[in-house]
Structure formats: C-alpha cells, structure tokens
Design a protein around this ligand. Sequence first.
Ligand SMILES: C[S@@+](CC[C@H](N)C(=O)[O-])C[C@H]1O[C@@H](n2cnc3c(N)ncnc32)[C@H](O)[C@@H]1O
Length: 265
Amino acid sequence: MSKLTNYWNNVADSWQKQAENSNAYFSQRTQLVVKLLLHYINSGKVLEVGCGAGLLSYELVKQGFEVYGFDVAEKMVKNTIEKLSAIQENPDAYFRHSPNGQVPFEIKFHLIVAMGVFPYVQDHNQFLKMLCPYLEEGGYIVASNVNNLSLHTLPALAAHFLSWHPSKNWHETLTAILRTGLDTGGFVDYNPQQQCYGAEAFDRLFAQQGLTKIQEVDLFCLNPLPLDRKALERTKIGKYFARNLGFHHIGLYQKTSKISAVNKE
Ligand SMILES: C[S@@+](CC[C@H](N)C(=O)[O-])C[C@H]1O[C@@H](n2cnc3c(N)ncnc32)[C@H](O)[C@@H]1O
C-alpha cells in the first residue's frame, strides 16, 4: 500500500469527525462549494473524485443530484457509504474504492468534483486528462489546489522552525512545507513539471484541456480568523489578495464547446 493510501486510511475516522464539525474549516468550505455550484447547476450526475468522508457527496445528494464517488483509501469509501446510507439507496453501488485512482464507472457526468485531491496527485496534467472524457459537453468541474506561498504557510513554517531538530525528517518536512504548503508534501516526488502550485498555474492547466473558468473562490484557510467568512462576496481587491495569498484556490470550469441542458439558464 502506498504512503498516501496508508495515511488517508489511518486518518479516515478523525478526518470525518473534524470535517463534520460545522465550525471546522472543511465543513464551511463544503457549504461554500455547494452554494457556488447551485448558481450554475442543480441536477444531473455527479462524480466526486477523492470523496474522503463523503461530506460534499452528502450535501449534493440532499440537493437531488445523482452522486457517484471513489477514493484511493478504502476506509474513506467505507465511511462515505455509511454516511450516505441515511439518505441514499444502495450507496455501495455509487461509491467505490479505486486503489489506482482510475475512475471506476463507465458513464459520463454533468459535474465532476475534486476538492482537496490535486495536492496528492503526482502529475496534474495526466490526472485532469484522465478525468476529462468522463465529463459531458457543457458539464462542470470544480477542483481545488494549494498555493505554497500563502499566509496559511507562515504559521506552519513558524511551528516547524520552533520544533527544530537536526534530522533528515525535519529537513524533508521543511522542504515539503516550502514546496506545497503541506507538511506531508502531498506524498509526491517533486518534479516542477508535474504539479502546479498557485491559482494561475492551476487555471492554465484547465484552460489547456479546453475547460473555461466560470467562477473562482480563494480561501485563506486561517481559522478562526474571519477572512473566509464572506469569501463569495470579496471586493476586487479582496479577490486579488485571496488569489495571491490564500491557501486554497477553488476553480469552477466548464467544458464549453456545447452548452448542455443541465445549465440552469
Ligand atoms: C484532503 S482529502 C479531501 C476529501 C474530500 N474531497 C473533501 O473535500 O472533504 C483528500 C482525499 O483524496 C483522496 N485521494 C488522494 N489522491 C487520490 C487519487 N489520485 N484518486 C482518488 N482519491 C485520491 C485521499 O484518499 C483523501 O480521501
């Protein structure tokens, strides 16, 4: 089992617990993404890539979407199925473990959701290319990425410096934080050609695959500071700062060659 899969299997229960706390950052991020999506699409088939504890899938099922999902971590999928069984019939037919990260369904979707997954993917371009054929023409994809040079990184760096220890491990964690903003480094082998950091590079990646950016929201991820409370209502200058100094860049992109019937308007 890879380090990545092992890590997410081990933290599956605690991740679910903290993410379900309505005051927690990830729970607020989920609500914000649902709000953002409902401006553009309100029905159809959804694929959640890296469904984790199933937070977003749960909310989308509640909104009436037909939601499918997969994750490389088996324990995460098990937790999602348990959670979804309260509101969805046969959730085990919709949520699958995919050890190699390939899409385990042979259908097309009106919406693909990949929140918090790209930082753990070795090759962003290859991953997005793998997902694109599963998206209907006119369909949407919402995805997030991290910005290594964010305000969120500063406390993480400070805490790491305070724990100084002359070991290989300490230096590896320092490099990971500086490169990715995550102390695990996303478990990727670093190669600047394969991952993109920051909003601009991420948007460019999607544009290269023919996906037009429709909306974006950038989050500082600095709980309990209130910087993200009105993230969808930022002024032009607020957007600029959030885009450049925020930690999570969330983009909503559309396959635009033909607008499908799932559009609200
Ligand atoms: C930060 S969690 C996010 C969970 C969920 N998307 C959310 O926003 O609450 C990342 C999840 O992505 C999964 N993951 C990482 N790489 C993946 C890949 N290549 N394919 C599918 N799942 C992946 C992990 O196992 C983990 O459950």
